[in-house]
Design a protein around this ligand. Structure first.
Ligand SMILES: [Zn+2]
Length: 116
């Protein structure tokens, strides 16, 4: 779990510093911090985006869900997966259709995160 959080911190630092989506993906690949199918739905040219807090929950032995809040208190979900290393698999903002409260939500499919 410590290593998953450590790499999550490194990934978030890249998200804060690199605004261009293509440059960001390249930097994260070079740092071995994302899986090949990494998905994010962030608006990456949001210049004031800063992340303030983080907590983590193990979902399986090889999947760690990291809950992140930005400096406006908006929640995000970062999924870290372990194969050879802990790497980010997806980074999503909370669903704006249901805010995680509707298992039948058509926007996020009931996951509470991102869009389908
Ligand atoms: Zn939803």
């Amino acid at each position: 779990m410590y290593e998953a959080l450590h790499n999550a911190h490194r990934l978030i630092a890249h998200l804060e510093q690199v605004r261009d989506p293509d440059a960001l993906r390249r930097a994260l690949e070079e740092a071995n911090l994302i899986t090949p199918d990494f998905f994010h739905n962030l608006v990456l040219d949001h210049n004031s985006l800063r992340f303030a807090s983080m907590s983590a929950t193990m979902r399986k032995t090889d999947v760690c869900e990291v809950q992140v809040k930005d400096n406006d208190g908006m929640p995000y979900q970062l999924l870290m997966r372990h194969d050879s290393n802990w790497r980010g698999q997806s980074f999503k903002f909370e669903c704006v259709g249901c805010f995680g409260d509707d298992p039948t939500c058509g926007v996020c499919g009931g996951s509470g995160w991102g869009v389908l």
